[in-house]
Design a protein around this ligand. Structure first.
Ligand SMILES: Nc1ncnc2c1ncn2[C@@H]1O[C@H](COP(=O)(O)OP(=O)(O)O)[C@@H](O)[C@H]1O
Ligand SMILES: O=C(CO)[C@@H](O)[C@H](O)COP(=O)(O)O
Length: 507
């Protein structure tokens, strides 16, 4: 028996899944780690926590499966995108990683736009400079923590730090590197022009690969730390969304998926580079060589529900622990008791500011229409609905751009909820397939490992061998019509509140 290992470094935790070569999950383990918010709008994690979680989950998966580590043909990495990891000459972490949902760098993004020029930036990197992306974070550290920056010898993305720990190599791959604002996305190479305009030494960046290329092999030290076999190949892997695309079979034009993870993402495959001139959605390299993607990212999808749970659902969390249930299941069961529209309550999910489609780090969350009749089920339902309206706003941008979206799947932790998936179908007005759900990114990473290790001839062949989809949730016309006025109202709220958000940020 031969296996492939997928490691997905999410924002809520690391998920390691061992698959056989036809995509059946043999063993899976998740280990959570904290998200630190030292200030309003900032978000950081400790890379040591990631590595601890990877060691724990790989060890657990090997123990649970009883698999012989030498029968693992390859390891694939998937991870939260854009996060900045800085290492010194000895490979030591210089500070906590600044994450994709951190909004502190608007001033640095403005500097980048001024230095490169907006049109040139769009034409080379296929995206505007956005606070979520990595380049602004690099400039922020250089400006605010110059001593640390001077000691920095390696700049890595989150999953690439795990690659370094596993293989000793400083490397990345095109799908994740696309989210740094430093890549020539059409040419799939670092942009000398941008690096020179921003005065960033190219030697700081990892060696660049395609997602399915072998980037190194597990060292003896990493084998000791994880239980993996020394010499096991580690492929490039992909940013978590590009990896989820492979794991859900979204590798042809017309196919798309929605992720309800910590972030909310709509992702469509594209054979050509397609750019939104307003930069509301992103254009990145796909994990499939020679292909690209269009994707949106809202910053607090699952994060909204997680925030609500952490702050207002201690009883549900305790009850779930006693019953051996998932607390989110108890919460979504409560939301079922509230009608469409949550008794006239609308939630804006801008807890971390918003990226797609608003591009506003100062935006903040809100419950609009709160009244004395509202109960916890209404609030939970409003959170679920607000997150879905935010996805629909992004889908409307895809539709406006003429991006071909005929086939929509759902994945990520939130897609485990039938209620949330049905809301997607009803609010989008199209069928939503269940993918191999939460395992999408890990499966995609494992398929990429299979391509690099020679198990599959191509990503498409790997998907054909290993990806299975579940049923389809069809939209219901009556429910779609009932959601529509709430969606229209949702779209009106941010423009009405934008000035107030700006005032609040300045107080
Ligand atoms: N059973 C469930 N029902 C609804 N939402 C859920 C459920 N399980 C997890 N979630 C949501 O999914 C989120 C985690 O999704 P996941 O894809 O694991 O995130 P990440 O990859 O960002 O770590 C949680 O924050 C929560 O909001
Ligand atoms: O910033 C983005 C994509 O541009 C996010 O999608 C991150 O990649 C984090 O993903 P999750 O932890 O929510 O999966």
């Amino acid at each position: 028996m031969e296996y492939l290992l997928g490691i997905d470094l999410g924002t809520s935790g690391a998920k390691t899944v061992l698959f056989d070569t036809v995509g059946v999950p043999i063993a899976s383990h998740t280990a959570a780690y904290p998200l630190r918010q030292p200030r309003n709008g900032w978000a950081e994690q400790d890379p040591h926590d990631w590595w601890r979680a990877v060691q724990e989950t790989v060890g657990a998966v090997l123990a649970e499966s009883g698999a012989d580590p030498s029968s693992i043909r390859g390891v694939g990495l998937s991870g939260q995108m854009h996060g900045l990891v800085l290492l010194d000459a000895q490979g030591h972490v210089l500070r906590d990683a600044i994450l994709w949902c951190d909004g502190r760098t608007q001033a640095q993004c403005d500097e980048i736009t001024d230095a490169v020029g907006r049109e040139r930036l769009l034409s080379i990197t296929a995206n505007p400079s956005l606070p979520g992306f990595t380049a602004g974070k690099i400039l922020w550290v250089r400006e605010h923590e110059s001593e640390r920056y001077e000691r920095c010898r390696h700049i890595l993305l989150p999953k690439d730090y795990i690659r370094y720990k596993l293989t000793g190599e400083f490397a990345t791959e095109v799908s994740d590197a696309s989210g740094m604002n430093l890549l020539d996305v059409r040419g799939r190479r670092w942009s000398g022009e941008i690096l020179s305009a921003l005065d960033i030494d190219p030697a700081l960046l990892g060696r660049l690969y395609e997602s399915c290329e072998v980037t190194g092999a597990v060292t003896h030290a990493a084998a000791e730390a994880t239980g993996l076999s020394p010499g096991t190949v580690v492929v490039g892997g992909a940013g978590d969304n590009a990896a989820a695309a492979v794991g859900t079979g979204v590798v042809d034009t017309g196919k798309a998926f929605t992720t309800l993870g910590t972030s909310g993402v709509i992702f469509a495959h594209a054979d050509q580079v397609a750019i939104d001139p307003r930069g509301r959605v992103h254009t990145f390299c796909s994990a499939v060589p020679g292909a690209w993607t269009v994707m949106s990212c809202t910053l607090a999808a699952g994060l909204s529900l997680q925030w609500f749970r952490n702050n207002f659902c201690a009883a549900e969390t305790e009850a779930a622990a006693n019953l051996g249930l998932d607390p989110y299941e108890l919460m979504t069961a409560q939301a079922e008791r509230s009608p469409i529209g949550a008794n006239r309550l609308v939630y804006l999910p801008y807890l971390m500011g918003e990226r797609s489609p608003l591009l506003d780090s100062d935006a903040r969350g809100a419950f609009i229409g709160l009244s004395a009749i509202h109960t916890k089920p209404d609030l939970i339902r409003a959170v679920l609905e607000g997150v879905v309206y935010a996805q629909r706003q992004c889908l409307d941008v895809f539709r406006e751009m003429g991006v071909d979206v005929r086939d929509m799947a759902a994945c990520g932790g939130g897609a485990r909820s039938p209620l949330w998936r049905q809301m997607l179908a009803d609010v989008y007005g199209c069928g939503v397939k269940t993918a191999a759900s939460a395992e999408g990114p890990a499966l995609g990473a494992a398929i990429l490992a299979g391509v690099g290790a020679g198990v599959y001839g191509s990503v498409a062949q790997g998907c054909a061998a290993a990806v299975r989809s579940g049923g389809v949730q069809a939209p219901d016309k009556t429910r779609s019509a009932a959601y529509e006025p709430y969606y229209r109202l949702f779209c009106e709220l941010y423009p009405a509140l934008r000035g107030s958000f700006r005032t609040l940020a300045g107080l």
